[in-house]
Design a protein around this ligand. Sequence first.
Ligand code: SAM
Length: 244
Amino acid sequence: MRLDIISIFPEYFSPLDVSLIGKARERGTLDVRLHQLRDWARDVHKTVDDTPYGGGPGMVMKPEIWGAAIDEITEGGTPRMIVPTPSGRPFTQGLAQELAQEPWLLFCCGRYEGIDSRVMDEYGTRMRVDEVSIGDYVLAGGEVAVLVMVEAIGRLLPGVLGNAHSAVDDSFAPGAMQNLLEGPVYTKPPVWRGREVPEVLLSGHHGKVARWRRDEALRRTMKNRPDLVEALDASALDKRDREL
Ligand code: SAM
C-alpha cells in the first residue's frame, strides 16, 4: 500500500519508523512518502495560510498551495484522499478495514483553522475524498490524527501483525466482537499479589474459554460503552448474552 502524507511538520511522523509500521515499511508492505507542504509555497517566507474570508480568528490554509502539492504528488494516478478534521465522519474500525483495502491513500494534514474548503470540493470531482475525525475533541493539527489512522490501517494489512488472528479478537473486530469491547486479558504467573487468573482460562476447554470471553466482552461493553450495547442487533445476541 502506498501512503502519501502532506504536512507542514513532516518530522511529526518519525514514529512511523518504528515497531510494526516501521517493519512493514522495511519489508515494503507499506510505502510511506512524506511531503513538506511549504515546498510548494511560492514566496520567500514559504507562507501556507491567510486570513479567513468573513472574518474571525485564526488563519486558513491556502488552496493554491495545496492544489500544487496534490497535483504533483498524484500526477498519473488516483489515490483516495483523507482529510483529518474534527468536522469529519468518525474514524472507526470499520473505516480502518475499508481503507486497508485501498492501494493508495493520500493524507492531507490541516493546521490553523483548516484547509480552504475548495480543495476538498476540487479533488472530490477527481477522486474519493473523505473528511475524517478521530474523536470529539480538537487537536492542534492533523498529524496526530493521521498517525492514529495509519497505525490502525497498517496493522490490518496482510503480514503486518505477527499473528494474523490477534486482530480477530480485538475490540470492534467483525464477527463475534462486532460492536463489542475486548474483555480482560492475563498472562503468567497464575497468581500475582494474591490475584488469581480466572480458572476457566487455565482449563484448556476452548468452548468454555470462548463463552467466558464473550461474557466478559459484553460486561465490559455494558460498563464502559452502554451506547454500543444499545446499538447491538438483537438477532446477534444469544440466550446467554441476554441473561447478562
Ligand atoms: N476550526 C476547526 C474546527 O473547529 O473544526 C479546528 C481546526 S484544528 C485547530 C486544526 C487541524 O487539526 C484540523 O484542520 C485537523 O487537521 C486537525 N484536527 C483537529 N482535531 C481533529 C480531530 N478530532 N480529528 C481529526 N483531525 C483533527
